[in-house]
Design a protein around this ligand. Structure first.
Ligand code: GTR
Length: 331
């Protein structure tokens, strides 16, 4: 009896101490709100959930990530600003809309700069990736890890694209970045910068005739239902980041910084695996739905039309010339 009472006192004391520790932890815990544009089941969404799980695990709950999927916290350009000013902690961003803020990051938005996904990976994993991250960090965004986003191709509701002449007069939605507007103009189309969330309705109502994206986004958004010609131009291979606000990152302890970085990198391994599978599945799904697909036999004329786009960008950003050359000379 005596023992039992003693034990129960010990158990109560332990429970009390634990509760105190938990509440202390909760009081000091850093919760990071994270923005993601994609819907449930999309590779990025699954990977961001994994990221949140790993952060909690690796920091024993001293840092937590609260994901907001489906773009519910606003458009991508707005969310990038929110992370830069620290109103949001984290975002899974495409580097496209980061380009206008960080010229180094804009190199990935030069059409046809990457030969293929593997080339893009080699650049990101080397000196080029370092320069891009450094440029972004100067603007308040630390890239913890890189996610895949495949290659973007043109699609529209009017006709297949085989030559630049086929884009003549077409109204094409682009992400917010002058490089994309210039790209469409040089190909003879009419660029329309617009938020991702508005594209489906705009395609359906004819506000725009077409857009450009990878297979998974073409499928997950339902754009294939309203723009049934997909032409494999693969003009842009744009990586994505898991980006954290620089001040927030610097406010974490050294151990937490390591944990958060590792969690992002591990989530990226998962994202890249899921991406490859989803790209194929999305392609199969839209083809089965009756999308008219074509390869482009000669991409030469599209590439040749990009010369003024490069010239304009490099003239405005002469410091970036060596980085562009580094990418072009990376095997
Ligand atoms: C997707 C990308 C999104 C967003 C979207 C768009 O491929 O993952 O972050 O950039 O394209 O076209 O706006």
């Amino acid at each position: 009896m005596f023992n039992f009472v003693n034990q129960s006192i010990v158990v109560q004391a332990l429970a009390g101490a634990l509760a105190l520790a938990t509440s202390t932890m909760a009081a000091n815990a850093t919760e990071l709100k994270a923005w993601n544009i994609h819907v449930d089941g999309y590779p990025n969404t699954i990977a961001m959930d994994k990221f949140a799980e790993l952060v909690a695990e690796k920091t024993n709950g001293s840092v937590t990530v609260k994901n907001f999927h489906g773009g519910v916290l606003g458009s991508q350009p707005d969310a990038i600003e929110q992370v830069r000013i620290g109103a949001l902690g984290i975002g899974n961003f495409n580097l496209g809309p980061i380009g206008p803020i960080a010229p180094e990051a804009n190199v990935v938005s030069l059409p046809f700069i990457f030969k293929d996904m593997e080339h893009m990976h080699r650049v990101l994993d080397g000196e080029g990736g370092q320069q891009i991250s450094d440029g972004m960090a100067k603007k308040g965004l630390i890239a913890l890890a890189w996610y895949d986003s495949g290659a973007r191709s043109f699609y529209n509701s009017i006709r297949p694209i085989n030559t630049p002449a086929d884009l003549d007069g077409l109204k094409v939605r682009v992400m917010n970045n002058d490089l994309y507007s210039n790209m469409i103009s040089e190909l003879g189309g009419n660029p329309t910068p617009m938020a991702f969330s508005e594209v489906y309705q705009s395609l359906g109502s004819g506000v725009v005739d077409g857009a450009e994206n990878n297979w998974p986004s073409y499928e997950s958004t339902g754009h294939f239902e309203v723009a049934g010609f997909y032409s494999l131009s693969q003009h842009l291979i744009i990586p994505e980041c898991v980006c954290i606000n620089t001040d927030v990152f610097n406010s974490l302890t050294a151990d937490e910084q390591v944990a958060v970085t590792e969690a992002a990198r591990e989530s990226a391994v998962l994202q890249r695996e899921l991406w490859a599978a989803r790209a194929q599945a999305s392609r199969d799904k839209v083809m089965a739905a009756g999308v008219v697909f074509n390869e482009i036999a000669d991409k030469g004329p599209f590439q040749a039309a990009m010369v003024p786009v490069y010239e304009g960008y490099l003239a405005a950003n002469p410091d970036i010339v060596p980085l562009v050359e580094l990418i072009q000379t990376t095997d």
